[in-house]
Design a protein around this ligand. Sequence first.
Ligand code: HEC
Length: 125
Amino acid sequence: MKKLAVIAVVLAALSPPGMAQGWDVPQPSSGLMPNPNVGKPLYEKNCAACHGAALNGSDQGPPLLHKIYEPSHHSDIAFQIAARHGMRAHHWKFGDMPPVAGVSADEVAHITAYVRMLQRRAGIH
Ligand code: HEC
């Protein structure tokens, strides 16, 4: 168990890997108030196919209601980078996450607010 915790900390330190590679991090508009109610349908349209309608995962992607994705391990920036650039498989065996075409930084901020709300409800924070 201890070893797992160490691995989680190391992975968290490496995330988001995009930053080390100099990828741009999409910035939501200044003054935007991320709104879970706006994020819900955007999540369902763009993310649910892989991450599950109830954020519980699918055969194509991991659950976002998981301790790995709590804010201290995967910050909101990780969501922006994953949506814009995709993410190479590193925590799971589902394969790489492809970039999600057609979602703006503002939309991802709303989606992230929705994910965080459900994470809090599930006791992940
Ligand atoms: C085609 C399937 C697919 C879609 C669509 C998808 N994802 Fe992913 N996502 C994945 C997989 C697979 C991983 C796990 C990669 C790994 O092994 O760590 C992942 C990982 C992530 C991560 C963790 C990134 C990291 O830094 O480790 C976040 C955050 C994420 N997805 C958010 C989203 C959001 C938000 C959307 C919708 C805008 C979305 N995903 C759409 C498949 C998908």
